[in-house]
Ligand binder design. Structure first.
Ligand SMILES: *Cc1c(COP(=O)(O)O)cnc(C)c1O
Length: 435
């Protein structure tokens, strides 16, 4: 596999070249960015490009792919569903895969979560949560039109999700058109009190409908981590002010933190949760927002105008639901749970080692997430140091996407020890090579 047979014959234009004629890529300044790599095959942890070069996908393709590429078990479930009921509209209709998925998820979601709403991606899951928080108060005739979020949060790129996101140059151009979001500090070690008091002040005003956060790990900010006790406190403060809490588990969900959900580390329970990314094992775009009974009841009324008038054409697509059910089967296998423990242990050993490295400022681990911060001045999100690191990793056949000076690893759960050691080795080599 990955042999020369993948090289296109001379005279045939490759994917990279054909791509640039018509395609526009995410988060890409096409004038300065390197051309995209044409990928022709994925299997397990590995990807191959059109020249036959092999890559270890050490970030699970933007955190969506815990069970490996081209997973046969999920593929079979998708095929079976496609040949019995590929899709039916969810307005006025329902089907077994959606009902079964709701039953299976309710077994593992926090016990206060009672209703699920389907959509297509992480941003829409967030969009729906924010709309529900705002409309809940609108339905009650109370004026609460603002949302609270963390500094450096990332919740997606649609308008409400973007408003909640704090990575400013992503959202700068749209500032005037966004809902009002007030930011509080992330309760990282040493800043807990600052974070609590900021939220207390906001909770006292009765102006805020919701508080959205990435529980325990802020992914796009560079795997910034904070303690469950701190989040428990913030959830408790929110409750005193009638502020609905929204746990955006789009990245953290389905095992990444070592438990099914990051919220499983909490004593408190959020009012809403947003799920996507690993939900379907990286196969079919799908998302779910879950709600407490109280939120659902705020829309349950003889007055039709109080309904949640939100929907997407592919809501609860049966094929996506079948992929999600198969993914849950895989997550719940003993051997997958063993993988989570095994990766976590290896990450902790690597952390101990890297913390002693003269160029490493800090290293952190939660579940299968490993991150280290290199000692140097910050540049921008896509600064030149970051790009040199990225290019180095690609040249070595490892897909890692550093965020500024943070290098993180978030591998598929099926990565073996040898592959993981290869990834660690290349991170160490980068520290010796890229200045
Ligand atoms: C990726 C991500 C989103 C956005 O999901 P999309 O599917 O890209 O729209 C939202 N929240 C978090 C925490 C994410 O990591």
């Amino acid at each position: 596999m990955g042999s020369n047979e993948q090289i296109p014959p001379l005279g045939v234009r490759g994917l990279t070249e054909r791509d640039s004629q018509y395609l526009w890529h995410p988060y890409t300044q096409h004038k300065t960015a390197a051309k995209p790599i044409g990928i022709t095959k994925g299997e397990g942890v590995l990807l191959w490009d059109e020249n036959g070069k092999e890559y270890i996908d050490a970030i699970a393709s933007w955190w969506v792919n815990p069970y490996g590429h081209s997973n046969r078990y999920i593929a079979d479930a998708i095929y079976k569903q496609l040949t019995s009921l590929e899709h039916v509209l969810f307005g006025g209709f329902t089907h077994e895969p959606a009902v079964l998925l709701s039953e299976r998820l309710m077994e593992i979601l926090p016990s206060n979560q009672k209703k699920l709403f389907f959509s297509d991606n992480g941003s829409t899951a967030v969009e729906i949560a924010i709309k529900v928080a705002l409309q809940y108060y609108y339905n009650k005739g109370e004026k609460r039109t603002k949302i609270i979020a963390f500094e450096d949060a990332f919740h997606g790129d649609t308008f409400a999700a973007m408003a909640a996101s704090g990575i400013s140059f992503f959202t700068e151009a749209f500032r005037g058109s966004l809902i009002e979001v007030v930011r509080i500090p992330v309760p990282v070690k040493g800043r807990e009190e600052e974070s609590y008091s900021a939220l207390k002040a906001l909770a006292a005003t009765n102006e805020y409908a919701g508080f959205i956060f990435e529980p325990l790990v802020q992914g796009a900010a560079g795997m910034v981590m904070y303690a469950p006790e701190a989040l428990d406190n913030l959830v408790a403060i929110s409750k005193t002010g009638g502020i609905f809490t929204i746990a955006d588990e789009v990245m953290t969900g389905f095992g990444k933190t070592g438990k099914n959900f990051a919220c499983d580390y909490l004593t408190a329970q959020p009012d809403m949760m947003c799920l996507s990314k690993a939900l379907t094992g990286g196969t079919i775009p799908m998302a779910i927002t879950s709600f407490s009974q109280e939120l659902y009841d705020g829309f349950y009324n003889d007055d039709v105008n109080k309904a949640l008038f939100h929907g997407h054409t592919f809501t609860a697509n049966p094929t996506g639901c079948a992929a999600a059910l198969a993914s849950l089967d895989l997550l719940q296998q003993d051997k997958m749970q063993q993988n989570l423990l095994r990766i976590n242990k290896k990450h902790l050993d690597f952390k101990d080692k890297m913390e002693k490295h003269p160029r490493v400022k800090t290293a952190r681990v939660l579940g299968v997430i490993f991150a280290l911060e290199i000692e140097r001045e910050s540049e921008s999100y896509y600064g030149s140091f970051r790009n040199r690191l990225y290019d180095f990793f690609i040249s070595k056949g490892v897909i890692l996407r550093p965020v500024d000076k943070v290098v993180y690893i978030l591998p598929p759960y099926i990565i073996n020890d040898e592959q993981l050691d290869t990834v660690y080795g290349i991170v160490e080599e980068a520290l010796e090579t890229i200045l």
